[in-house]
Design a protein around this ligand. Sequence first.
Ligand code: FDP
Length: 335
Amino acid sequence: MANNVTMTQFLIEQQREYPGTSGTFTLLLNDIVTACKQISHKVNRGNLIGVLGSAESENVQGEVQKKLDIITNEIMVDALSWTGHLAGMVSEEVDEPIKIPPHYPKGKYLVLFDPLDGSSNIDINLTVGTIFSILRAREGVDPEPEDFLRKGAEQVCAGFVLYGPSTMMVLTTGHGVNGFTLDQDIGEFILTHSNMTIPEDTSEFAINMSNQRFWEEPVRHYIDECVQGKDGPRGKNFNMRWIASLVAEVYRILTRGGIFMYPYDTRDPKKPCKLRLMYEANPVAFIVEQAGGACTTGRERMLDVKPQSLHQRVPVILGSKNEVERIVKYHQEGW
Ligand code: FDP
């Protein structure tokens, strides 16, 4: 490809266009990129380097950890601790906020991340990813848990990396959404997908149908209508996809539209939702909105949800705007 624009070049040019963005921020993104390249390498080598399979431990969510959940968490923490760009971190894999060691300087940003999303797919060689959200920190202090508990609308940047047939990074700093593909030969992310936009309409939905009997009525009603296809009230056929990997589903929706739902359900009263607000729902909501789509809990815009705890779970409905709005309407009408 002629005139390759690397991610660093793209970020510096964006910085010139929107002068509020600092050089530190570009450096922080480069730190994340470095970590994700290392993760990409490990995921790609798989069993050749013995990183697949379960570790004999559980994370804070009570989920059995894969070896790669632990390895990727360490890669992120090691790559981000020493740089002086961060005041603290939150990881899906760690209960409390991760402090910057006292011998390193503290920076003006906070990062929240899921180091390996969709990790139940890792052993079957399907796409997994890293998701991250960046917030501004209070300067000069060790952040308290409350410093992280901010609405998604306050994010300064959100992104995810897909480890699939290609390794890709999808990024927003609040000025649209851009996709970069890792050129393994030169080790650089190259801009390959400018201004990604989600079509407003779709006839493709993604939901784990095996949970159908546990859904609330608005979601059940919406899916009932879709599966009736041409003969039902929607008057068109719908297609279904379920990869069971949030990053892969969101990437598909950014590419060709669609709707994704992991709604509230009554399977386990202690875990009425599956996805986590701070490092899954919020970053993807920011990206999806910036690409012209919508993201909601069904009752509230995702980016307006006031977080109560670091590892809080939320219902997630996202994708093509007109379909998301239809489901919100079904919630309002009390279906
Ligand atoms: P995983 O547990 O494998 O990390 O983050 C949770 C998540 O994957 C999402 O990536 C994915 O969309 C969802 O869970 C899949 O859930 P089910 O196994 O219930 O289908």
